[in-house]
Write a protein that binds this ligand. Structure first.
Ligand code: ATP
Ligand code: MG
Length: 406
């Protein structure tokens, strides 16, 4: 049975006042974009709630889209019927009978919003509940812990009958909490960090460092694919900045401080990412660091690395263990791409024993000794290749000279 409508619930976006309208409006835009292929579906917003009238459009497909819209806490497929007792009873029975599993206990929670309707909420609980009990043998009422709560909302425009509440992604509508630059490697962690940042309302742009020709075109395609997968959640194209890191990495590797190479590389990455962030109006950086996971992610390393940038460095995965990160990666569809075996620039010069507790003064002195490091960073920023990635559209590549299509 295809429901008539979908009721969408979203969080109390607690920053009240003017902001509230901004969040609600943005959420409506995101829902509109997510379901734009379903031309007959109509969206209607009331304070704190949103309804989609399906007009025959397929519920399951639209539900799948809604699960990816940030800011939606949950939704319910509902039947809308005329506010007449017999019709409401019929709809209630249909809803109960169409549950995937037949429950053994239930209760009716009626709410009379339209005070012109002759029966109040209590009476409706009995009138509807009694009817369903008579029609479905073996079913019992449990008002404290029912398996199914059948809701009957009597509104002026009609009565809504529904029971299931489908959990969705939650968070804040995309882009309502500012913009940040995501440091995106080809690994498992950083796409998940990007997803979690986006779910918290951050608009993101991504930066990826490659060491072409040491890293292959395949490695680049992998990152493009990851951004494409993330763009499913933004409802908007995502910018990907591709930065050549070859010269910097070579210079850092020659500095004679083997155990500090990763620390030095991460610091240069942050400096470049910060420059790109400033040009694009991003007020923060996002990385996939998780405390203790590797040598560069100890507290000591993060202290020394983090000082290379002044913008706040957000680390959504900081306290998550790897299994949890992998679970999310699978859920959001980035895992399979992340585990493809192409070289990342950082795996090229991995030292035998990377420092887990680098000394800031030594690191800074080493950087000062590397001739032309600042200029190389400038050059890397200037030579950045920009791609604009969206879920459907083929990618536009903007490089210094030519435009090409992927
Ligand atoms: P990931 O799975 O995200 O690669 P990781 O556990 O392999 O993470 P590292 O390789 O130490 O960890 O990287 C830590 C973080 O630094 C990454 O999560 C990412 O944010 C950033 N980073 C590492 N390499 C790159 C790169 N080539 N381009 C952009 N960012 C990178
Ligand atoms: Mg990595």
């Amino acid at each position: 049975m295809n429901p008539d409508m979908i009721l969408i619930r979203f969080g109390e976006f607690t920053m009240k006042g003017k902001n509230r309208g901004k969040f609600d409006k943005r959420l409506e835009q995101q829902v509109r974009k997510a379901i734009r292929a379903y031309e007959n579906a109509e969206i209607k917003s009331t304070y704190g709630r949103m309804y989609i009238t399906l007009n025959g459009e397929p519920y399951e497909e639209i539900a799948a889209k809604l699960k990816d819209v940030f800011g939606i806490v949950s939704f319910s497929p509902i039947r809308q019927v005329a506010s007449e007792l017999e019709t409401i009873r019929g709809a209630a029975l249909e809803v109960m009978q169409s549950l995937p599993e037949r429950p053994s206990t239930f209760k009716v929670s009626a709410r009379r919003v339209d005070k012109k309707y002759p029966h109040d909420s209590q009476e409706m609980n009995h009138l509807v509940g009694g009817y369903v009990l008579r029609e479905m043998l073996g079913l019992q009422v449990d008002v404290r812990k029912p398996q199914v709560e059948l809701r009957v909302e009597i509104q002026p425009e009609g009565t809504y009958v529904y029971s299931s509440v489908v959990p969705a992604a939650g968070g804040y509508p995309y882009g309502t909490n500012g913009k940040a630059m995501l440091l995106l490697s080809g690994g498992i962690d950083s796409p998940v960090a990007g997803y979690l940042g986006m779910r918290q309302g951050l608009e993101i742009e991504a930066v990826h460092f490659h060491s072409y020709p040491y890293t292959s075109d395949k490695a680049k395609e992998k990152v493009i694919d990851l951004v494409r997968r993330l763009s499913r959640f933004s409802g908007a194209p995502i910018k990907l900045h591709l930065v050549s890191f070859t010269d910097i990495q070579t210079a850092l590797a020659q500095a004679g401080q083997d155990s500090l190479i990763i620390t030095l590389m991460r610091r240069s990455m942050l400096r470049i990412a910060e420059r790109l962030a400033e040009t694009s109006g991003a007020l923060g950086l996002v990385s996939g660091d998780s405390l203790g996971q590797v040598a560069s992610q100890t507290l000591g390393s993060m202290n020394v690395i983090g000082r290379a940038a002044e913008l706040p460095l957000l680390r959504p995965l900081i306290t998550m263990d790897k299994n949890e990160i992998i679970r999310i990666a699978r859920e959001i569809g980035t895992y399979e791409t992340s585990i493809l075996p192409y070289e990342d620039c950082c795996t090229l010069f991995v030292p035998k024993s990377p420092s887990t507790n680098p000394n800031l003064t030594i690191v800074q002195k080493t950087e000062q000794r590397i001739e032309g490091l600042d200029a190389m960073i400038e050059e890397a920023v200037a030579g950045t290749e920009l791609m604009i990635i969206s879920p459907e559209i083929r990618n536009v590549v903007e490089t210094a000279g030519e435009d090409s299509w992927f």
